[in-house]
Design a protein around this ligand. Structure first.
Ligand code: NAP
Length: 381
């Protein structure tokens, strides 16, 4: 499939940036978030759309639906994902664009799904001008975890911790509130709101009694991850997690693969692990951490409570080397985001884009915004 990212005009590039914003309005989890903008031949925005979940129109068809018959004749469709070429519940988008008389299609990411790919060829065969790869990096950043999850057949897992400059996750007595400052904690909450599930071990629940909500100041974000507690010890009846707006999930096991399978089946595909050192190390040792977020504060704690314990690295030659994808200064603190960079993950991020409409939309309902309860742990929880 020809890639001509430089073939897009500045107006089209701006429209793609807008389409990426629109994509964020779509559901998370099993479906990728896709946005679309329809431009007139002179570059005015005629319509906008986004994909609202399985069984509903794809983004480009959603945008076309806002126009009267003939309203897209000669127009340019800007879409964050290649228009599909298969007849599912909603019909092929490539055909819908051709029928609507669209003259040009500009998209960001290819859709190589066996059933759905090939939309660009179909459009070209019908005489539509097609440009691919525009703002592909941003589009990949938006759906990257979805791509990884779809390629690996399990949820995408981010493991996050806050640490002192000397690598401690808590002081010698176990207290860890707060290692980092307000800007770092706000960053964690914003990232939490983009996750489907937030996971801790029983150790963190018993030590810190976290609320596990995603908050903007003292308000809850509209989007809340499902709180998940893993471990064989019981969570006390009065624990703050019981007051979470989403019903918590408790797994009386240490079998992380089992937990991830179950979360996958529930449509919870972006998992944010905020446990203590035991759970973080267990995910990494099991090879189940796709991304690591280390918030590093300029404080020294010393003592035995290191951020990670045994991650299955007996010798430096077997170190788990990651690729840094983001570095941020947050007040006095630093955030380093690092990704696994093995073959499976590179393939997932670069090439894999399976069929974009799952048979079932597993997205849990959105929680209403509500007042946040007081909260405890340094795990930005
Ligand atoms: N700095 C930070 O970012 C941060 C974040 C959170 C907590 N903390 C601090 O960390 C401390 C708590 O640490 P922690 O390590 O006990 O908490 P944790 O990692 O959240 O919980 C540990 C527990 O997880 C359970 N578990 C589930 N799956 C497991 C597996 N595959 N392998 C091993 N254990 C598994 C076990 O519970 P069972 O024994 O019940 O089976 C284990 O005891 C507190 O001091 C807290 O303040 C710091």
């Amino acid at each position: 499939m020809a890639q001509r990212p430089d073939g897009a005009s500045p107006v089209e590039q701006r429209a793609m940036a807008r389409a990426l914003e629109l994509a964020l309005r779509g559901p998370r989890s099993r479906n990728p978030q896709v946005g679309a903008v329809i431009l007139s031949p002179s570059g005015e925005v005629l319509a906008e759309g986004w994909h609202r979940g399985a069984g509903t129109p794809h983004a480009e068809v959603d945008a076309l639906a806002a126009l009267p018959d003939g309203g897209a004749h000669g127009a340019t469709a800007i879409v964050t994902l290649e228009p599909c070429n298969h007849t599912g519940r909603t019909g092929p988008c490539a055909e819908a664009l051709i029928r609507a008389g669209v003259a040009r299609v500009v998209y960001a990411l290819d859709d190589p799904g066996d059933a759905s790919g090939g939309g660009a060829e179909r459009l070209r065969a019908a005489g539509v001008d097609v440009v691919a790869g525009v703002l592909a990096g941003q589009a990949r950043a938006l759906v990257g975890p979805w791509l990884t999850a779809a390629a690996l057949g399990r949820p995408h897992v981010t493991v996050k911790w806050a640490q002192s400059l000397d690598g401690r996750a808590a002081a010698a007595d176990g207290s860890s509130q707060w290692i980092t400052g307000p800007a770092a904690r706000a960053d964690v909450h914003a990232r939490r709101a983009r996750a489907d599930a937030i996971v801790v071990g029983t150790g963190t629940v018993l030590a810190d009694d976290p609320a596990l909500t995603a908050r903007d100041g003292d308000r809850l974000f509209a989007e809340q991850p499902v709180p998940v507690v893993i471990g064989t010890r019981a969570t006390p009846d009065g624990a703050a997690v019981h007051a979470h707006p989403r019903p918590p999930l408790f797994y009386d096991t240490r079998d992380l693969a089992f937990v991830l399978d179950d979360l996958w089946d529930r449509g919870l595909h972006r998992v944010f692990v905020e446990g203590g050192p035991t759970l973080a190390s267990a995910f990494i040792a099991a090879g189940l951490a796709d991304r690591v977020l280390a918030y590093i504060a300029p404080v020294l704690l010393g003592g035995p409570r290191v951020a990670l314990t045994d991650v299955g690295v007996p010798s430096i030659s077997e170190a788990r080397r990651l690729r840094v994808s983001e570095r941020l200064t947050l007040g006095d603190d630093l955030l380093v985001v690092a990704e696994r960079d093995d073959d499976a993950h590179r393939v997932a991020e670069r090439d894999e884009l399976p069929h974009r409409v799952a048979e079932h939309d597993g997205n849990p309902p959105t929680a209403d915004s509500a007042r946040a309860s007081a909260d405890a742990t340094e795990g930005e929880s």
